[in-house]
Design a protein around this ligand. Sequence first.
Ligand SMILES: O=C(O)CCC(=O)C(=O)O
Ligand SMILES: [Fe+2]
Length: 299
Amino acid sequence: MARTYKYTVDCGFTETQRIFYEENGYILFKKLVPEGDIDICHQRFLDVCNGKVKVFTVMRDKTLRDKGETRGEYLVNKIQELLEDDVFYDYYAAHPRVVEVIKNIIGPNVTAIHSMLINKPPHSNTQHSTHPIHQDMFYFPFKPADKIVGSWTAMEKINVENGGLYVLPGTHKGPLFPHGNSEDCSNEFYHGVRGFDHLPKLHLTMDKGDALFFHPHLLHGSSPNMSKNFRKAISVHYADSNCTFINTKGTVQERMAMDFEKLVNEKFGVTWDYINFFKMKSRLISGKPGKIQSMDSHL
Ligand SMILES: O=C(O)CCC(=O)C(=O)O
Ligand SMILES: [Fe+2]
């Protein structure tokens, strides 16, 4: 009987690669992004840390700040909304080698919907640099999940000691679970699931330029940085441009969407709809624009 594929399209993957992603919910490519391109992104990150370049979201590790740390790269633990920045766009989000893999998973019409660079400075507080087990889909108000994929690329050597990523293979086949704040993690913006600690974690060891691609239902997280070095990774999530927005009301995502809107209101004094926030920050990468671009596509 012919095999049916649910999570990939018939494009450039070999059958072995396709089956691997279908069964495990992730695929890792060694040395996908050339080191020189990673170096350009690293320099851009330093420029953001030093205030030379602006991106919309810059988060600092408050536990390091409380210890008196003031140096940018030693303090900034995450920057987001990188897609408006031409350097991050050209050298990572729209990188032909990254986009080629994305198209093999979700097809030719690709919109980048979320972007971040996560830095774990040395001497980070264990609880603050842990990312609890979660599913990225929790944050995304679109469907279908099978037409969304995350990319996560190591900007330096990454392993379990310095805060590397782990995955729970095959869990992408499950539903989206409720998430909440986690005891393992003191970062209020990171949500996690409970009840999966008994499942085996696969800790990934990655070199600079190695890229992981994963389904948004795949359970994953990252360990604390216990090393004396930095741990940096750049990540962009992509959706088929014909994904549609969902109404989060009554779903496990409702609370998170409401918390976001409350936070933005408190911090910036503006009223923002969670879905409009995604529309504002997404950017077409390849192929035709679709429903995700249209202002009246939701609800
Ligand atoms: O970089 C990390 O520590 C976690 C990143 C993550 O969960 C993601 O990119 O979805
Ligand atoms: Fe994640």
